[in-house]
Ligand binder design. Structure first.
Ligand SMILES: NC(=O)c1ccc[n+]([C@@H]2O[C@H](COP(=O)([O-])OP(=O)(O)OC[C@H]3O[C@@H](n4cnc5c(N)ncnc54)[C@H](OP(=O)(O)O)[C@@H]3O)[C@@H](O)[C@H]2O)c1
Length: 320
């Protein structure tokens, strides 16, 4: 039987369309990078449908501004803001401790924060900036918060990846670019592949406990993510686009796939998948692929290897 409007979800579907008829009262949603862009819209939409939202920000004042706007526009005044710098293991540990002292349950975790195509840099702990922030930071944080996710089960974890994952697998022989020239798009691609592999491995480990994990490509959305881009970068991305033209989405449509992954009844019990345009995408290894997920990003052996390596790098094992 058809599912009405939900059968027609696609490129321009918005957060509120995804959440029509869904009541999130009593659910706690934690969103990293809620100080702007897709994270702020994800927080607004979930709060508008009754969720209790905790958003993280590295700049607390910026995060509080978003929380205030959400309170005014939705009437939901329960949004909390917590400081988190994903480029610092100490900040992540502090955050997790504070969070767990206040909340013992998470229903929806949206690992949204990210940086893209920045010049070479390292995190406080010396990891290449994009891999360290986008993957390792979320890896440690999620591991530390797992007891709350298990308490919240059935719970979901959403990992913001990108079509950019097609630009590189995780290069296990040289993740930090010590033996190859740094290339900002390969580094972004590597980190976004790591985001998919992390969802695959989380699903394997936590799926049986009804904590399911999903990876998402949100689309192409004009946000501050492009802060490091120069005109040649836009030309580079235009050339990679199917028609030679990037097809942009609104922020409300960009956050829709995250919200879909976090709440869609259609995805019940079906984790470890990669979504785009509010639907599950297929594996696509065609050289000129513009959609779908690369097989290297959903490879279970690579997912397992990345987990072990990440434990080593952050100096903590998680017996899940
Ligand atoms: N926009 C797109 O077209 C697009 C496409 C594909 C994938 N994505 C993915 O979608 C996610 C959200 O991107 P967006 O477009 O909303 O970008 P954005 O507007 O730049 O927002 C990124 C968020 O991450 C936070 N952040 C960055 N570095 C951080 C760090 N070291 N520690 C903690 N928080 C940090 C930012 O905080 P500040 O406010 O302090 O900077 C901001 O809240 C990213 O993972 C991105 O890779 C976006």
């Amino acid at each position: 039987m058809g599912n009405g409007a939900r059968d027609n979800f696609g490129h321009d579907t918005t957060t509120d369309e995804v959440l029509a008829g869904i009541d999130l009262s009593g659910k706690l949603a934690l969103i990293t990078g809620g100080s702007g862009g897709l994270g702020a819209e994800t927080a607004r939409a979930l709060a508008a449908h009754g969720a209790r939202v905790v958003l993280t920000a590295r700049d607390i004042a910026k995060g509080q501004g978003v929380a205030q706007q959400i309170g005014e526009s939705t009437g939901n005044k329960t949004v909390e803001v917590e400081e988190l710098e994903l480029g610092s293991l100490a900040s992540i540990r502090n955050f997790a401790e504070r969070f767990l002292s206040r909340h013992n349950t998470i229903d929806l975790l949206i690992n949204n924060a990210g940086v893209m195509a920045c010049p070479f840099g390292t995190t406080t702990d010396g990891f290449e900036l994009q891999f360290g922030t986008n993957h390792l930071g979320h890896f440690l944080m999620t591991g530390l918060l797992t007891p709350a996710l298990i308490n919240g089960a059935p719970a979901r974890i959403v990992s913001l990846s990108s079509r950019g994952h097609q630009m590189s697998p995780v290069v296990f022989d040289d993740i930090p670019f010590e033996h190859r020239a740094y290339e900002k798009w390969s580094a972004y691609g590597q980190s976004k592949t790591a985001n998919v592999l992390f969802a695959v491995e989380l699903e394997r480990r936590l799926g049986p406990k009804t904590v399911h994990a999903y990876a998402v490509h949100p689309g192409v959305i004009p946000t501050d993510l492009s802060r490091h881009m120069v005109p040649e970068d836009f030309e580079f991305l235009q050339k990679r686009a199917p028609t030679g033209n990037l097809r942009f989405k609104s922020v409300e449509a960009g956050a829709a796939t995250s919200v879909f992954a976090a709440t869609a009844p259609e995805l019940e019990g079906r984790g470890g998948v990669y979504l785009e345009d509010c639907g599950v995408a297929e594996v696509n290894d065609a050289e000129d692929a513009v959609d779908g997920v690369r097989s290297y990003a959903v490879d279970s052996a690579a997912a397992d290897r990345l987990w072990s390596l990440s434990e080593e790098l952050v100096g903590q094992t998680f017996s899940l």
